[in-house]
Ligand binder design. Structure first.
Ligand SMILES: NC(=O)c1ccc[n+]([C@@H]2O[C@H](COP(=O)([O-])OP(=O)(O)OC[C@H]3O[C@@H](n4cnc5c(N)ncnc54)[C@H](O)[C@@H]3O)[C@@H](O)[C@H]2O)c1
Length: 320
């Protein structure tokens, strides 16, 4: 059944792809974004756009909305260590205001972008949702705090909510792709080398206890991720807060990513080995069993070469 949804952060990378999927599924979409890290042209055609802040969500939310998909946040791990207050203010304070506005307007369905960073250093891999949460950055801590807030809101006030804990989101969906500034994600950084915008890719540590010594991460295609959001909207049940990891359950090493970019782009992509970065676990891979069982989700674009090819096409489109 089609509905009307508020998409916070819908001018950003993930939010724009999910907004586009909602439109393709026949829903009415209103994007609320203050454009701090997003782009006006990221808002899909067919969505209404409000340039505004989630802290003022009460101005626009009313009972005509069937739910909210909440992407708006700051998400740079390193910056969050230097400026934790910025992350508590926007991610936690902003979400508190949004939850209040939803309560006030009687909008009782929420899908929230949580993160693998809520777990911190993993004690078991693949990481299940039952793993201890011990974030190693204010960013991860702010997202975990929001997960706790949502649990309380569901229990006390009947919100139906799903938190999706993304692992490494990658790839692109047509004209919607990744453009963070500064960029901190591996695939777009390696593609910048292939484009000639960066001389070499830094590989932080090649002496980890992994097959080729470099860190292993779980890359999930942004379109697979978007499909999980639509399923999560259906699964959200009043008074319940469901938490699901979203990853492919396959890990790829930094070297495998660089090698794949070489194959896809035909560029030699020079690499430079740099010292390990503090707080970088050797392996981060999701157990996505809960998403499969509770949402009925399964990824259909798990192939790394396909993920890189879509991101490369988007990167080239932008350059032209
Ligand atoms: N990209 C990833 O790999 C990844 C992994 C895990 C979790 N996440 C989470 O997914 C969400 C989306 O990530 P992204 O990569 O698309 O980031 P992004 O920076 O591209 O998008 C975030 C959007 O939110 C907007 N925004 C920020 N604060 C706002 C506010 N107070 N009011 C209104 N709009 C605001 C920004 O302008 C931007 O358009 C974030 O919550 C992030 O923490 C992303």
């Amino acid at each position: 059944m089609s509905g009307k949804y508020l998409v916070t952060g819908g001018a950003g990378y993930v939010g724009s792809v999910v907004a586009q999927h909602l439109i393709e599924a026949g829903h009415e979409v209103v994007v609320l974004d203050n454009l701090t890290t997003g782009f006006r042209e990221g808002v899909p055609e067919g969505a209404s756009f409000i340039e505004g802040d989630i802290r003022d969500a009460a101005t626009w939310l009313d009972s005509s909305f069937d739910g909210v998909l909440h992407f708006a946040a700051f998400s740079q791990v390193g910056e969050s260590v230097a400026k934790p207050e910025k992350y508590w203010d926007n991610n936690v304070g902003g979400t508190m205001a949004l939850l209040g506005a939803m309560r006030e307007a009687g909008v009782r369905r929420l899908v929230f972008s949580s993160t693998a960073a809520t777990y911190g250093e993993p004690r078991q891999v693949p990481i299940p949702e039952s793993a201890p949460t011990s974030p190693t950055s204010p960013y991860g801590a702010s997202k975990l705090a929001v997960d706790h807030m949502i649990t309380g809101e569901a229990t006390a006030h009947g919100l139906g909510a799903v938190s999706l804990r993304y692992f490494n989101v990658a790839g692109a969906y047509g004209r919607y792709g990744e453009r963070h500034d500064p960029e901190s994600h591996l695939i777009p950084l390696v593609l910048q080398v292939a484009q000639g915008r960066r001389e070499a890719i830094s590989v932080y540590g090649d002496d980890y206890p992994t097959p080729d010594g470099t860190c292993v991460r779980d890359y999930i295609h942004v379109a697979d991720l978007a499909e999980a959001h639509l399923l999560a909207l259906e699964a959200a049940a009043p008074g319940e807060h469901l938490i699901c990891n979203l990853g492919n359950g396959n890990g790829f090493s930094v070297r495998e990513v660089v090698e794949t970019v070489r194959r896809v782009t035909g560029h030699p992509v020079p690499e430079v080995v740099a010292p390990r970065r503090e707080g970088d676990p050797a392996v981060l891979v999701a157990s996505a069993d809960a998403a499969r069982e509770k949402l009925g989700w399964s990824p259909s674009r798990a192939d790394l070469a396909g993920i890189v090819a879509d991101a490369w096409q988007f990167t080239q489109q932008r350059a032209n």
